[in-house]
Write a protein that binds this ligand. Structure first.
Ligand SMILES: Nc1nc2c(ncn2[C@@H]2O[C@H](COP(=O)(O)OP(=O)(O)OP(=O)(O)O)[C@@H](O)[C@H]2O)c(=O)[nH]1
Ligand SMILES: [Mg+2]
Length: 242
């Protein structure tokens, strides 16, 4: 019997913790993220004979490591590589929420988009065609109301599909300017050669091009022995990209 790891990510106040409670009930505990004062809520549920370990990540508007919360969420998705990342969106504020969703889809393909507060959206006359959205985003999309425990069965089913690789999503990728795309193309194979296929090479290349040193630091912490080599080779990669 396998245990799968599921991460809940989303903007603040989108109902992540409500969903976390609906999924895990009393089987949860809280602590702190190692070395950080950010609360780490972890719980589990059983589904079709498997255990799913769920992490309720801190709510963030982006994942550029501008704050400890963003760093914790980013590092978990990029470095800890959960089996499934559930992107929790507020169905009444799709446009604002889509920003984070697209960022997460650059970091992992093992994702399910969960449109929460569908009851509120209904009251506002907002109608969402989830099939169309799923096709456009390239990942499963499920409408739920975490507070009313609606749509949870379908969510569990889609989480299982992605966890067991019955569905292998191919998320839409943001396309950047020609020049940035060219630089990504140069840098991405370097990154991949260095850190392997387990990490999102395109996303890391992008962060490096953006001058985000914190991802190098995080990778060094994680890769340990390879640290100095990582820095050197990424610097090489960067100098040929510029
Ligand atoms: N109407 C409605 N309200 C909901 C639903 N899910 C959550 N809420 C409410 O939305 C508010 C925020 O929910 P939380 O679960 O705390 O949101 P969160 O994403 O964990 O927030 P942060 O941890 O601050 O990022 C609470 O008042 C919930 O009761 C839902 O499906 N429908
Ligand atoms: Mg919360």
């Amino acid at each position: 019997m396998s245990t799968y790891r599921v991460a809940l990510i989303g903007n603040p106040n989108t109902g992540k913790s409500t969903l976390f409670n609906a999924l895990t009930g009393l089987r949860q505990h809280t602590g702190n993220w190692a070395g950080k004062t950010v609360v780490r809520a972890e719980g589990e549920y059983e589904y079709n004979g498997h255990t799913y370990n769920v992490i309720d990540l801190p709510g963030t508007y982006s994942l550029f490591s501008n704050s400890v919360d963003e760093e914790v969420a980013r590092d978990y998705i990029v470095l800890d590589r959960p089996d499934v990342t559930v992107i929790v969106l507020d169905a009444t504020a799709m446009e604002r929420n889509m920003n984070l969703a697209l960022q997460v889809l650059e970091m992992t393909s093992r994702a399910v988009v969960c449109l929460n507060l569908i009851d509120e959206a209904g009251k506002l006359g907002i109608e969402i065609r989830e099939q169309l959205l799923a096709e456009k985003l390239g990942v499963p999309v499920v409408k739920i109301s975490a507070r009313n425990k609606q749509g949870i069965t379908e969510l569990l089913r889609q989480i299982e599909n992605v966890a067991k690789r019955r569905i292998v999503p191919k998320p839409v990728q943001v396309k950047y300017s020609e020049e940035i795309e060219r630089r990504i193309q140069e840098l991405e194979p370097e990154v991949r050669r260095l850190i392997g296929d387990d990490y999102p090479a395109r996303w890391i290349a992008l962060r490096l091009l953006d001058g985000d040193d914190s991802i190098i630091a995080a990778l060094e912490r994680r890769l340990g022995a390879n640290a100095s080599q990582t820095k050197e080779m990424i610097a090489d990669g960067l100098s040929c990209a510029h």
